[in-house]
Design a protein around this ligand. Sequence first.
Ligand code: SF4
Length: 157
Amino acid sequence: MAIESALGESVVLTRTDKVLGWARKYSLFLYPFVTACCGMEYMATAASHYDIDRFGAGLPRFSPRQADVLFVVGTISHKQAPILKRVWEQMCEPKWVVAFGGCTCSGGPYDNYATVQGIDTIVPVDVYIPGCPPRPETVLDGIIKLQEKIQNQKQEL
Ligand code: SF4
């Protein structure tokens, strides 16, 4: 208490973990793995009306080595599954995965032999965004949930 009153409001005390979390959650570099109709809604969310730049997520990277959020958007077939896994493996830590739309969450309307019944059978998923397709507000909610997760997790240096 004595130190706090001596310092007054001249310094801000925080933890490295908190600062890193804050910086990371507002500098998301998405790799959009877009395969199907949900892609239209991804583009609508990224455009100026909804503007995911407000969340620090407006700059997609098309190299997994430059991305930290794998945004899986659309139906994933079993033939595509090894490619998705390879892209995820090529991303550096720390990295996160978002399942965008019903198909990525659970196979969506495609309960058949060709479709992966949820991408969490291939890669670990941090946030699920339901909907066929999800509305932009739902996508923004998913991004906010990812930011909360990033802020609160233990930050590896
Ligand atoms: S969830 Fe619906 S809109 Fe999205 S890729 Fe699947 S079928 Fe298309």
